[in-house]
Design a protein around this ligand. Structure first.
Ligand code: TXA
Ligand code: MG
Length: 320
């Protein structure tokens, strides 16, 4: 497996060809790094599952280069989905839509719907555009970590997690540290109104602009089968705790304004909630590297991205 730092246009084009040839290419996105495969190639997609160690009924998000590719993968989408796509793509948002015939069971986990996203990282966009120029339709990409573990926000994270499972012909494209740091907001667009299935940096407040408050309650009754979202762990090896006082040698993560309890090992001091999201997974991984047994996280208050941070920390804490 080859790691390509600061890939040039030629190198990105080669990676797109590798995807077309059925190989796996891990690539940077603004949320987290993804493990990509041609979303129409069953054999390539099946390798995603084995490399990640992920159950095959967990559907995959299809990544495309622009909203113009959307009708290849999805049909009968509501008008609000188009509005959301126009507003937030390219960006950290995934829409769950009724699938087209192109989206096979091996992408959708056998469901009648498909998740689609246009990422904004320039390397991801260049890779997807070239892949489509070569005749590709979309790139399936879950986060490039082992199942249940912390998502990767750098190419080194990907190499550490998956290097031993990848083949010589697979590639990892480096594109620096992911700017958002947590996975995309997933929005179910299968009912009359949008429903957030996984919070992310695009907040409910931003999405609610498109919703009539009265109808919103009604739409919450409709759900899709999202196994990965219910059981996802995002877990480091250390135990993640949000209450109590750390002992000497425990890890500690909090906003910069909160002082480090005596004897605890400070993992990061983000100044803002956005920065907190950006360093969250990096800090959990850092704690594991330091060999700490427990990581205390002082979770930020508020809505928006703070909601997404709380969601991930809660799931990390559920690990055992
Ligand atoms: O930011 C992101 O979304 C990253 C980057 C690489 O794009 N991708 C990502 O994919 O987080 P993944 O597979 O690690 O997490 C997506 C979650 C999984 O739990 C999956 O089961 C769920 O979303 N999911 C995907 N498609 C779905 C669908 N059609 N219906 C319900 N849940 C879906
Ligand atoms: Mg994941």
């Amino acid at each position: 497996m080859e790691i390509i730092s600061n890939p040039t246009r030629v190198e990105i084009n080669k990676a797109a060809q590798a995807l077309k040839d059925g190989h796996l290419v891990a690539f940077p996105t603004e949320t987290v790094y993804g493990l990509g495969a041609d979303a129409t190639n069953e054999k390539a997609v099946s390798r995603i599952y084995s490399v990640k160690g992920r159950p095959t009924d967990h559907p995959l998000i299809v990544h495309i280069s622009s909203i113009n590719q959307l009708d290849k993968w999805a049909v009968d989408f509501p008008e609000y989905a188009i509005k959301l796509a126009k507003e937030f793509w390219p960006g950290p948002m995934t829409l769950i839509l009724k699938r087209s015939e192109i989206a096979k069971d091996f992408i959708s986990g056998g469901q009648d719907n498909v998740g689609v996203r246009v990422p904004s990282h320039p390397v991801a966009l260049a890779l997807l555009s070239e892949f489509e120029r070569l005749g590709g339709l979309g790139v399936a990409a879950p986060s490039a970590n082992r199942f249940g573990k912390v998502s990767p926000t750098s190419s080194t994270d990907v190499q550490e997690d998956l290097g031993m499972y990848l083949e010589d012909t697979d590639q990892i494209l480096d594109g620096g540290r992911s700017l958002v740091g947590i996975e995309s907001t997933i929005i179910n667009c299968l009912s009359k109104l949008p429903v957030v299935l996984r919070p992310g940096s695009i907040s409910n407040g931003q999405i609610n602009k498109f919703i009539d408050a009265e109808k919103c309650l009604e739409s919450k009754l409709v759900s899709v089968n999202a196994p990965g979202l219910l059981f996802a762990h995002y877990s480091p090896n250390a135990k993640v705790l949000t209450d109590g006082v750390p002992n000497v040698g425990d890890g500690f993560l909090a906003l910069a304004e909160i002082p480090t309890p005596s004897g605890a090992i400070r993992l990061a001091s983000p100044e803002t909630v956005d920065q907190f999201a950006k360093v969250l997974y990096q800090s959990l991984r850092f704690g594991d590297k330091k060999g700490v047994k427990r990581i205390f996280v002082s979770i930020p208050h508020g809505d928006g991205v703070a909601t997404a941070i709380r969601d991930r920390i809660q799931k990390a804490g559920n690990a055992d």
